[in-house]
Design a binder for this molecule. Structure first.
Ligand code: ZN
Length: 287
């Protein structure tokens, strides 16, 4: 694992004024596999906001010499947004055409072929692009763990995950309190749910915050007020959280999603609960 150049929690320190506390990772990618629940990809403003969150994550990672490496499409998130929007519309049109053709088809064979084609578009097309059939919301209480049933229903809609070294990120509605949630259960590797609903002061750090949790980063600056809180791992989400300390960036780099090994103890609630509240990490890893 990368050794920290300087372990500190000084809110004034950032890569601009203390570059000696930061490694240069040369733009190494943090891999994510992104999915959108139906309620998100069918709504232009939610869809666009999900892209703003991806772009926000990419910008923060780039500030600290990393980058967001995302699939389904391995392109710059900023450049991708209009193309993806267009792709969604094209997809809807092509399904419409298939249905129209099916109505016109007279022979049984033609009808079956058309049905098969429509099914292929519906099943493989959207899934490959991360567009889920799941609609509705997942319940996450303000404090504590989310019930397993809702998580399982959402997760099942993803099908098989093509590459486990990509962090699974799902944009879906969350009801209950928070707008983001990192699932830390033995059933799955850590994964992230983010609700891209529009917020008053429009912060863009929700996704990178949850990604930090999936890389085992704990909350920081919990006692700070909104005037002094700068760290992205601050428990609340508002505009103005733009800092990561060098050791936090190192932790992201050392995660399974970037340059590190598969995590071991993410789901161990009993031993993890014994870690002090100001501990840097949500779980310990053998060094
Ligand atoms: Zn958090």
């Amino acid at each position: 694992m990368t050794s920290f150049l300087d372990f500190n929690k000084d809110p004034a320190n950032d890569i601009d004024n203390k570059p000696q506390q930061y490694h240069n990772f040369g733009g190494k990618g943090v891999r994510v596999q992104v999915y959108w629940a139906a309620d998100i990809w069918r709504d232009v403003s939610l869809w666009n906001n999900s892209w703003a969150l991806l772009k926000g994550a990419d910008e923060i990672l780039r500030k600290y010499t990393l980058a967001l490496d995302m699939l389904p499409l391995q392109t710059e998130p900023a450049a991708l947004a209009p193309a993806k929007d267009k792709a969604s519309r094209k997809f809807d049109r092509s399904v419409g055409k298939q249905v129209a053709r099916q109505k016109k088809a007279k022979g049984e064979v033609a009808k079956k072929q058309t049905e098969a084609a429509a099914k292929a578009i519906e099943e493989q097309g959207p899934a490959a692009r991360g567009l889920l059939g799941f609609s509705g919301s997942v319940h996450v209480p303000m404090e504590g763990e989310a019930p397993i049933d809702g998580l399982t229903a959402l997760r099942k809609s993803l099908g098989t995950i093509p590459d486990e070294t990509r962090l699974v990120v799902v944009f879906a509605h969350i009801d209950g309190g928070p707008n983001g949630y990192t699932v830390l259960r033995q059933e799955w590797l850590p994964w992230v749910i983010a609700d891209p609903k529009l917020m008053q002061d429009n912060p863009k750090t929700l996704l990178i915050h949850e990604m930090g949790h999936a890389c085992r980063l704990n909350h920081q600056q919990s006692d700070a007020g909104s005037a002094t809180a700068k760290n992205i791992m601050y428990p609340l989400d508002f505009k103005g959280l733009t800092h990561l300390w060098g050791w936090q960036v190192d932790t992201i780099y050392d995660s399974y999603w970037c340059n590190g090994r598969k995590p071991t103890n993410w789901w161990d609630r009993i031993s993890n609960a014994k870690l002090p509240p100001d501990h840097p990490f949500l779980w310990e890893e053998p060094s």
